[in-house]
Design a protein around this ligand. Structure first.
Ligand code: GRG
Length: 295
């Protein structure tokens, strides 16, 4: 039986080798190439590709070159979103994954263009697999809807607007559903499409992804509080809890932890309703949250 950690260790090297050679082979303009490679090849968990691969694995299907390219498209969009999110006009972050952010290295204009290049390249990749044309079109539509104006971009808008007002819990959940959940759901939906799953299996997987994405965000907010407390002491811990528009801010730390647990249970229940697929690997993706809590 493979668990999330082992699966990640097995899959990341070949996926990253795929990304590296595809970018090296396809990109021409040297400055843009460096800036795009800098962010895509900067590590990260590769969570969205791993989710897509795990859906294939649950259906006992091979992770072939088509799957690599489709998962690659997801990772390109994710990388673009992080580059743009870090820009001075957005979160104004200097560090990402322990390294200077893209705009700190290449300048703001090149970072914007690197993001533009990655977003566009993702759709190029989706239309250059060996899959039938109708599947390619469906993949393009799933990714465009998840990443676009009714998905991740809308989430970013709500996030920016939320900086000046207090959100209610339902609004906070909606914001995160758009900002991070949609792309996580797209990863699972694209996997389901590649695996030719039936509508009932697809619906169960999408429900799993919905709760998984939410759990991911609740945990990110909890870790912000607990890691700040660990590094800076209790006073900052209190400040971090009181941050508005976070799960600990709205529910308190214990309340956010209870919400995380309940959300993980809902994700698990969705998997239990899956018929005809091996749910063990996807289920183990939930243990990631326990592992992070105990770090
Ligand atoms: C700029 C249109 C636009 C969108 C940006 C996804 C996003 C929207 C911003 C990310 C900001 C952020 C820190 C969100 C919290 C969720 C989170 C921890 C995202 C980072 O995704 P991971 O953890 O990143 O999968 P790695 O580094 O593992 O790839």
């Amino acid at each position: 039986m493979t668990d999330f950690t082992t699966f990640g260790q097995q899959q990341r090297p070949q996926f990253e080798a795929y990304l590296e050679q595809a970018l090296a082979h396809q990109l021409e303009e040297p400055t843009l190439k460096k800036a795009m490679q800098y962010s895509v090849m900067a590590g990260g968990k590769r969570l969205r590709p791993l989710l897509l691969f795990a859906v294939l694995e649950s259906a006992k299907l091979p992770i072939d070159l088509n799957a690599m390219r489709v998962a690659g498209a997801l990772e390109l969009v994710h990388s673009y979103s992080l580059i743009h999110d870090d820009l001075p006009a957005m979160d104004n972050d200097d560090l990402r994954r322990g390294r200077p952010t893209n705009h700190k290295v290449f300048g703001e204009a090149q970072a914007i263009l690197a993001g533009d290049g990655l977003l566009t390249l993702a759709f190029d990749w989706l239309t250059t697999t060996n899959l039938p044309a109708d599947k390619q079109v469906q993949l393009v539509r799933i990714l465009a809807q998840a990443a676009g104006a009714n998905g991740m971009v809308a989430g970013q808008v709500e996030d920016i607007e939320g900086q000046t007002k207090q959100l209610r819990l339902a609004q906070l959940k909606q914001l995160h559903h758009l900002k991070t959940g949609c792309l996580i759901e797209a990863a699972v939906e694209m996997g389901a499409l590649l695996a030719d799953l039936n509508p009932i299996q697809k619906a169960a997987l999408l429900t799993f992804a919905k709760y998984y994405g939410l759990a991911f965000q609740i945990q990110d907010d909890i870790l912000d509080v607990t890691s700040t407390a660990a590094v800076m002491g209790k006073a900052v811990h209190k400040d971090a809890i009181e941050q508005k528009n976070t799960f600990p801010g709205l529910l308190g730390l214990a309340g956010a932890q209870a919400e995380l647990e309940q959300t993980c249970q809902q994700a698990q229940q969705a998997l239990q309703s899956l018929i005809g697929l091996d749910q063990t690997l996807l289920n183990s993706f939930l243990s990631y949250f326990d592992e992070q809590e105990n770090k």
